[in-house]
Write a protein that binds this ligand. Structure first.
Ligand SMILES: O=C(O)COP(=O)(O)O
Ligand SMILES: [Mg+2]
Length: 224
């Protein structure tokens, strides 16, 4: 039986964990591809390309559309367009997963400190949290570009442990992707893997999280 009794703080992933953001990410990806007169991506493809930040999403989309490795220069030229399109429609078609707000409220009332550790660029992270009225739950918010390295590097998690003076057994990572689980392992902390998210179409259980949940609501039973 997994023992989370020492946990004092929880770091949450964002895309595929709290928010199903792929519909808007796909729209911004396709608006960028359309401008370049390239073939468009399906939402299913974009689901399998999310996980390593906006630039990697666009790199994967361009590699597929061009049927070859995109040059760094071409990718760099496209990024401002993607950022522009995504900024315009961050929450048009995105939605909160079931019971997210309820569980966050419960955890805060129970005294847990909560953080966001996402690979999404920081400039989109806070507006998206605000759009869904979630910003007040988190006292640390880290985007993929907030520190020198993003998940699966442990740096965002070790940063939180330093900020909040936590031992590894006191911090838990909750996410949908192997990047979340690998970052947690590298930081020597526990993790919960959620099965409903993206994870490149792979089973999150294969990454070996401490526990696997099928629904966000199951987290409250693990953290009493
Ligand atoms: O934007 C991404 O690529 C992934 O974001 P996440 O780390 O919140 O899942
Ligand atoms: Mg995710």
């Amino acid at each position: 039986m997994t023992d989370f009794s020492q946990i004092k703080a929880v770091a949450f992933d964002l895309d595929g964990t709290l928010i199903d953001s792929v519909p808007d990410l796909a729209a911004a990806t396709n608006a960028t591809l359309q401008e370049l007169e390239l073939p468009l991506s399906t939402e299913l493809q974009v689901r399998s390309w999310v996980g390593n930040g906006a630039e990697m999403l666009m790199r994967r989309a361009l590699n597929f559309a061009l049927n070859t490795e995109v040059s760094d220069a071409k990718l760099a030229a496209c990024m401002p367009r993607f950022m522009h399109f995504y900024q315009q429609n961050l929450q048009q078609h995105s939605r909160l997963y079931d019971n997210v707000e309820q569980v966050l409220k419960q955890l805060r009332s129970a005294g847990y400190q909560l953080a966001i550790v996402t690979n999404k660029p920081f400039e989109f992270t806070v507006p998206l949290l605000k759009a869904f009225n979630l910003d007040s739950y988190f006292s640390i918010v880290l985007g993929g570009d907030s520190l020198a390295k993003m998940k699966p590097d442990p740096l965002p998690l070790t940063h939180i442990m330093q900020q909040w003076q936590l031992k590894p057994e006191q911090l838990l990572m909750v996410g949908d992707s192997k990047n979340d689980i690998l970052a947690a392992k590298a930081a020597a902390i526990g993790s919960i893997g959620l099965t409903y998210g993206y994870n490149y179409g792979e089973d999150i259980g294969l990454s070996g999280p401490t526990a696997v949940c099928e629904q966000f609501s199951e987290i409250s039973a693990l953290l009493k």
